[in-house]
Structure formats: structure tokens, C-alpha cells
Design a protein around this ligand. Structure first.
Ligand code: CP
Ligand code: NVA
Length: 306
């Protein structure tokens, strides 16, 4: 039975730890010049309904390093669900390729794609979730802090796809997770309630950024306006005033707190240039780890069969 990677929630804590271990090993091997090719001859189709720098380059580079190849399907190329049904696209792609990565607007389309594909589907961001990003974030935190369990991560800003996946990861890996957001911009309520029920660590929603940041091990933020929400950008700029990660807010966190951002960043909006480019920032480590974490996911999903 094929396995997908649509959400961190469908993976157990030990599976997630194993993916993070594999990612660390693949990173060390790459640095040591060891060329493992567990996906020799395999092809990855990459469907993009939205723009991308990191996701596209890391998946394309990653599959190549593992011995495989990729096909890039740009926004507009296949017009998911418009030119033909999502199910037909899934069935066709499954006849040619071994893996599908998709970046969609609707998460339902992602699920439909996976349901009708006989090959594994990886979520490269939907409006609801961004699981690959959060895997890379956890790899980064583990490298920097030597552990995950018991850490406190404070997210300041919009309760968006990155936050939803973070709640999944935190509740499975024992990370205390705080979100500070204005009213109306909370993360998915069902997902928060579920995580609070099952998590050994605390999952909390705050209004006050300073209260969320207090003594945190990492401050994380993301754009106030996600892709697809451009019409709301003016209203969002107003709503998120006071939710900026800047040096005053960083001073509330632990002295050695990390600054995290999935990128792209809007300097002067959700984060100041001084902080995102400052000494506590690990944003480029997060970006680099997208490569290693996703290679680990691809090997797990498509590496077993010959
Ligand atoms: N963080 C992230 O997913 O970046 P891209 O949108 O550039 O892929
Ligand atoms: N929340 C952002 C993440 C971009 C990587 C978006 O969905 O646009």
C-alpha cells in the first residue's frame, strides 16, 4: 500500500524522528561527498499552482542527487481541476512517474490527487498545511539546540498553513508551541483542539506577542498575506500591526533564542531586516534543510521497491 506525505498528522512520533534521522544522515553524506542513489531511475512530477523558489529548487535538486529526475509543471500548465479533473491528472501521472509533489490552493484537491494516484503524493504546500517546511524547521531546531522535546517555539503572526503544520509537529514531538495572532487570524480551530487533547506539550493561542515570546527558545514568523490572499493584503497589514518580530520582541525571548522564518520574508512587515539578517537568525539553515528533509521523505516513500 502506497504512503503519502500530505500532513505531519498522518505520521507517528517515531516515524517523524526516523525521517529527521535520515535527513541528518543524508545531509552529512552529501557534505562528505558520498553519492547515494536510492532513487535511481525514478521520476518526480512537480505540480505548482503557486510560485516557489525553495520548494521547487530543493525537490528538483533533491531527486537529482538521489539518482532520479523531475518534471516541472508550472502554474497554468495543467490547470488542476479546470482543463481536466484532478482524478484524471492523478491517474495519468501515475502511469509515468514514481512520485508526485504538489503545491495547491485547496487542500481538498491535494487529498483528491492522493486518493486517485497510485504513486505517493507529497504536499509541497496547500492553503491548510506546509508539512515539508515544518520537517526542515524541526531538523534545524534539533541541529541548533541538540533536542526538540521541551523546547518552546513562539510563532508571531498569521495562523496559517505553516502554523497548522507546526501544531501537528509540536504535539507529536513534545515541543511547546505558542501562536500570537490578532482575533480572526487563529490557526484551524479543529486542528488546535485535537492537538491540545493529544499533546504532551502545551499548544496555546495568545493575543499578546510579548507574552508568547517570553522565554521562548525560538521566535518564528511568516508573511501576513499568504499566496492567494493578495486581495486582503491592506486589511491584513492593519490587522497585524504590532505583530512584528523585531529586536524589542526578541529581547523578551531567551538570550540564545533562534529567529525562524520559512521565507520569503517581507522586511519591515512581519519581521525587521535587522532581526531576519541578524546573528540569531537561522532562516538559511531552514531553507537548506528543505533539501535534506525532503530527500528523506522521498526515499521513504519511493525508495523501497526496485
Ligand atoms: N518556504 C517555501 O516554501 O518557499 P517557496 O515558496 O519559495 O517554495
Ligand atoms: N504562508 C505562506 C508560506 C509560503 C512559503 C504562503 O502560503 O504563501
Amino acid at each position: 500500500m502506497k504512503r503519502d506525505f500530505l500532513s505531519i498528522a498522518t505520521h507517528t512520533p517515531s516515524e517523524l524522528e526516523a525521517i529527521l534521522d535520515d535527513a541528518a544522515r543524508l545531509k552529512a553524506d552529501l557534505r562528505a561527498g558520498k553519492g547515494e542513489r536510492p532513487l535511481l531511475g525514478k521520476t518526480l512530477a512537480m505540480i505548482f499552482e503557486k510560485p516557489s523558489l525553495r520548494t521547487r529548487v530543493t525537490f528538483e535538486t533533491g531527486i537529482k542527487q538521489l539518482g532520479g529526475a523531475s518534471v516541472y509543471l508550472a502554474p497554468g500548465d495543467i490547470q488542476l481541476g479546470a482543463r481536466e479533473t484532478v482524478a484524471d491528472i492523478a491517474r495519468n501521472l501515475s502511469r509515468w512517474v514514481d512520485l508526485i509533489m504538489a503545491r495547491t490552493f485547496s487542500h481538498e484537491a491535494m487529498i483528491e490527487l492522493a486518493e486517485h494516484a497510485s504513486v505517493p503524493v507529497i504536499n509541497g504546500l496547500s492553503d491548510l498545511l506546509h508539512p515539508c517546511q515544518v520537517l526542515a524547521d524541526c531538523q534545524t531546531l534539533r541541529e541548533q539546540k541538540g533536542r526538540l522535546e521541551g523546547l518552546t517555539v513562539a510563532f508571531i503572526g498569521d495562523g496559517n498553513n505553516v502554523v497548522n503544520s507546526w501544531i501537528h509537529a509540536a504535539s507529536r514531538l513534545g515541543i511547546h508551541f505558542r501562536v500570537a495572532c490578532p482575533e480572526g487570524y487563529e490557526p484551524n480551530a479543529t486542528l488546535v483542539a485535537q492537538a491540545q487533547k493529544t499533546s504532551t506539550a502545551s499548544i496555546e493561542v495568545f493575543r499578546d506577542p510579548a507574552a508568547a515570546a517570553a522565554d521562548a527558545d525560538a521566535l518564528y514568523t511568516d508573511v501576513w498575506t499568504s499566496m492567494g490572499q493578495e486581495a486582503e493584503s491592506q486589511a491584513r497589514r492593519t490587522a497585524f500591526e504590532g505583530y512584528q518580530v523585531n529586536s524589542a520582541l526578541l529581547s523578551k525571548a531567551k538570550k540564545d533564542a533562534l529567529v525562524m522564518h520559512c521565507l520569503p520574508a517581507h522586511r519591515g512587515e512581519e519581521i525587521t531586516g535587522e532581526v531576519v539578517d541578524g546573528p540569531q537568525s537561522v532562516v538559511l539553515e531552514q531553507a537548506e534543510n528543505r533539501l535534506h528533509a525532503q530527500k528523506a521523505v522521498m526515499v521513504r516513500l519511493a525508495g523501497q521497491s526496485a
